[in-house]
Design a protein. Structure first.
Length: 164
């Protein structure tokens, strides 16, 4: 099981994407640049907000664990607490219900522009859940493992764009 935000996790996510025809179909149907911001939660090892930028166009998905400055360049920025983000990415929290319940907030961009992708969102979230199936999350780590996680995450942020 790979820890979120590490090089091993990137390889695991890449393999899961390649094996998932729904995600490839979604990538062909969508064009967007979005940042999913999970608000910092120091007690699980996230001392800063975790910004996961996803750029989808022409059938390709490129991810980036981004700095605050880079995250602000995204066309859309949605923000949520750590538990909601984890729940959405593991399929335990419905994205639309989280939006409607105020657990996910639109920080940048127009929600109506995203509405055109409403039909693709269930496949996107299902694909995301498949990619996250073998993910170990920071709150599941021991204190010693969290120290390594912080270091590994900084290395992945330094990598820049990651093509799935």
């Amino acid at each position: 099981m790979a820890v979120l935000g590490t090089k091993a996790w990137i390889e695991s996510a890449r393999k899961a994407y390649e094996a998932n025809p729904d995600m490839k179909e979604v990538a062909k149907a969508m064009t967007m640049n979005m940042c999913m911001k999970m608000v910092k939660k120091p007690e699980v090892g996230l001392d800063e907000d975790l910004n996961i930028v996803t750029d989808i166009k022409e059938g390709a998905i490129v991810m980036k664990f981004a700095s605050e400055e880079e995250a602000k360049k995204s066309s859309y920025v949605i923000s949520m607490d750590y538990d909601t983000g984890k729940g959405m990415m593991t399929g335990k929290v419905d994205m639309m219900q989280a939006f409607m319940g105020g657990k996910v907030k639109m920080m940048k961009g127009n929600m109506m522009d995203l509405a055109k992708y409403a039909g693709q969102m269930p496949k996107m979230m299902s694909g995301m859940s498949a990619m996250m199936a073998d993910t170990q999350w920071p709150d599941e780590l021991s204190p010693d493992e969290r120290g390594k996680f912080k270091k590994d995450l900084q290395e992945v942020i330094a990598l820049g764009e990651i093509k799935l």
